[in-house]
Design a protein. Structure first.
Length: 308
């Protein structure tokens, strides 16, 4: 008997929360099918939707690495496991593509083996998968993909991750323009030092956003979705970004920003109707720049990975 798991896409940074804040959405996402085999070791038997870009070597694949680390931890390093990965997300989209695969994989192996670990105990293995994907063990995509909802990474050493309250009527409208912004490029253009005044402004916005989530104060959430440090630099990599953000706000978005390292542009909205209108306006603006795009509208996902 095998298990089939879906894990969701995520929006990391969320404007003012660079590297420490993220939330999950209902779509897109990735699927992993996993079953035991009679042999020894982990095998990736099939990958779809990746145009041949991903390695089937478990030691070089985000899903494989996280599963290997998990099996090592529970004392069954030689257990025979077959993995099929269905990539249903665009690469380099800023929506946590590698994180969705990794979380689906580690959640699936835990389910397959009868849940020896609690869900929150799976995070360190998912983080190891991210290390393979982008060279750094970031948790701002894998943590919300695993826990669902909004997640704050307070510290890495020691790892301290806090799931935040999410207002029930908070929706995300995400538009993914079909241009690629590699994460390494988006990181390489960032400044090493930040002026004190900008840092103070950013801290205030991050605190305001978290307070807004807990108080379910949509106006405060909107006022706080402002990034004065990262967005001014990264937005130059996304054609038409300022116009796309402008129409989102004109259509009633609480706030808008770059999802992860881009090029996807997220907006937080009150209610599905507002989120749909905002998403369509952004899609239309990208079209004016001659750029095709995909639109995803969903409530903030509270479940994380699910068995299908």
């Amino acid at each position: 008997m095998g298990v089939r798991v879906f894990a969701p896409a995520t929006v990391a940074n969320v404007a003012c929360g660079f590297d420490v804040l993220g939330f999950a959405v209902d779509e897109p996402g990735d699927e992993v099918i996993m079953e035991k085999n009679d042999g020894k070791g982990v095998r990736i038997v099939e990958i779809t939707g990746d145009d041949g870009r991903l390695s089937k070597d478990p030691a070089k694949n985000t899903v494989g690495v996280s599963v290997l680390k998990y099996l090592e931890h529970i004392g069954q390093p030689d257990l025979g496991i077959d993995i099929i990965l269905h990539k249903k997300m665009p690469f380099g989209s800023g929506l946590g593509s590698s994180a969705a695969s990794t979380v689906a994989g580690v959640f699936a192996v835990n389910e397959l083996l009868g849940k020896p670990l609690r869900q929150e105990e799976l995070l360190p293995f998912a983080i190891e998968g991210e290390r393979i994907a982008c060279g750094a063990a970031h948790a701002d995509n894998v943590a919300p993909a695993l826990y669902g909802g909004f997640v704050l990474i307070r510290s890495y050493e020691p790892l301290d991750v806090i799931r935040l309250n999410t207002p029930n009527d908070l929706f995300a409208a995400i538009v993914h323009p079909k241009v690629e912004v590699p994460t390494k490029d988006a990181r390489s253009i960032l400044r090493a030092n930040v002026p004190m005044q900008q840092a103070i402004q950013q801290w205030g916005n991050l605190a305001g956003l978290i307070a807004g989530l807990y108080q379910e104060d949509y106006d405060l959430i909107g006022r706080s979705i402002e990034d004065v440090i990262i967005e001014p630099v990264r937005s130059i990599l996304i054609p038409g970004y300022q116009d796309v953000k402008r129409v989102a706000l004109e259509q009633g978005a609480l706030g808008a920003g770059i999802s992860g390292s881009g090029p996807s542009v997220f907006s937080l909205c009150k209610g599905e109707k507002s989120a749909t209108a905002v998403g369509l306006a952004k899609k239309e603006m990208f079209a004016k720049y001659g750029i095709e795009s995909d639109l995803f509208v969903s409530r903030v996902n509270q479940k994380g990975p699910v068995v299908l």
